[in-house]
Ligand binder design. Sequence first.
Ligand code: C2E
Ligand code: MG
Ligand code: MG
Length: 623
Amino acid sequence: MVAALYGTPLAIPIGMVIATTVIAACAVVTGDMTFAMLSAVMGGIGAFRLGAQVFYLQKHLSISTVVLERLAYAGAWTTALTMGSFGAYTVAFHSDDRIVTLAVGQTIGYIAGIAGRNSSRPFVSNIQVTLAALPFAGALIMSQIPAFVVIAGALLMTVVLTISSSNVIHSVFVSNFRKTRDLQIIATTDSITTLLNRRGFIDEVEKRLLSGQRTYLLSVDVDDFKTVNDTLGHDVGDELLSMIAIRISSVLGPGDKAARIGGDEFMIVSDRSGEDVAALAASIVRSFTDPVCVAKATLSISVSVGLANATGESVERSLKHCDLALYKAKSEGKNRWLSYVPELSEAYDNKIALERDLAKAIVENQLELHYQPIYSPRGRTIIMCEALMRWKHPARGMISPVEFIPLAEQNGFIKNLGSYAIEQALRDATNWPQPVGVSVNISAKQFHRDHDLVGIVEDALRRTGIAPHRVTLEVTETTLAEDKELVIATLNRIRVLGVKIALDDFGTGYSSLSHLAELPIDMLKIDRGFVSSIATSSKARSLLRAIAGLAGELNVAMVVEGVETPEQFEAVTRFEPYGIQGFLFARPMPKEAIDLIIDRRVALPAIDRPSTGVFKQGRSSAA
Ligand code: C2E
Ligand code: MG
Ligand code: MG
């Protein structure tokens, strides 16, 4: 109401000046002291209302809107009463046409003018017109002059119309206001959790940052939410999200506000101190120690939290900082919180730069394949060579695949990289003598509905003319985490081509014997982590014996990776693996070097060491 009333700053001063002047003019013309008094009262009220308006316009926050509203009521009603009294007094006690015309004109004009104003509080304008009209109409009727009685009738009808029209205007105004407010609530609220949504959250953060308030952002992400959503269905997923929202809300304080900004990602904005906000981050993580009960299940879940100080920052930058801290918390093992530090941005910028360079690397032929031979322990000959990718970065030198393959997997380059590796490895292998095979590593991300891996292998076979049985593709168990059915179907189709499949890095991470049964494989590559303990640990030896037995049962060839010492070699050969690969014999080397080794059919000097008895003995017979 105050906004509507004081929003047109000239209306009140002009109205009050006119009213005061008209009454003062009557006083001058007639010399009547009552007019002088009424004029003084009107002037006083005018000054008071003007003062209130100035306070409002200068945003003197010390005066609340409620007080300003009360002042506005008082000003409006006293003005109305003074105006009505002026009209009534003139009609009752004066007969000079000039004075009466002035009074009737002024009073009616005033009443008519109120109709359009103050509609945000109809009772104010209703009381206003009533206070002005009743004494005036009463005096008009009592004068018994027919014209005045007609005017009084018209005036009373005006009052009735004004009251009803201001009620209508008010209800239209209020419903529009509510509609706008409801729309705003819908637009800024998350329907599943009733927390703020992304837009509402950004608005809130922007508001806090603009006011210069201390502001921290926390990013909360449910660990492995996708698995829950996929295995239990989306209804349970939604229910779980509401339960998570309740858990998070339960540890919030008055200056904290939570939002779900998409998927399973929640955010909190907080005005706590650095120490308190760290405690908040810790208590959010801790609040998930107890399992969460949803309709169909009791679920043990955990969350990771990223924390960043947003004070004095832009919203975008602080959101990014928060995300970087969250990713770090995830990569350090989840179920924890981490605070943003500038090094995270550096690492991120590095990653972006490397990513940009990787796009160029393919085009500019900076990638090449090196080969590491895999030997037969019995024949001591090279059975096959594993193609291992290398990146000769023009500025950074040689970059390990451990660094750039995960990057390529994240941004999708792996499909190009992988296709290049398949074609190039098969081509290089055509130079080698018939029995020597080649194996190529395949990333889990190369199994995708819109990526024709089988077609790529088929094309490479056709273009290079290599016999399919010489080719092996190495996959790891992580491949099964993607789309199990698709992976198995693809592997089966590849085997139909005559190409072999090896399960790489067996014995690391989440190795499961069931994968051996599920995956259509021809070869099992035992990870070097396993081999490193083989010479010293009897437990490791027992395990390897069991795996070797299983591989034999399943008719799967066993290759042992990472054999570095003669002791390991000796321990490993007891289980009669199909192949052995490791630095003891040869490191990965460029194509030209491997061509030479294969040609001469010689192993590298390392195996000439005295303790590699088995191998030495074999070598003389192979030579
Ligand atoms: P991987 O497929 O298990 O390859 C064996 C890795 O172990 C190679 O590392 C090799 O150099 C190393 N290695 C071999 N013998 C020994 C040993 O005796 N001791 C030690 N300490 N290490 C040994 P590299 O070349 O750095 O490759 C690392 C991984 O990068 C590979 O592991 C593979 O997963 C991935 N990778 C390499 N090239 C490609 C590729 O073209 N495509 C895909 N998708 N992944 C690739
Ligand atoms: Mg491999
Ligand atoms: Mg491996």
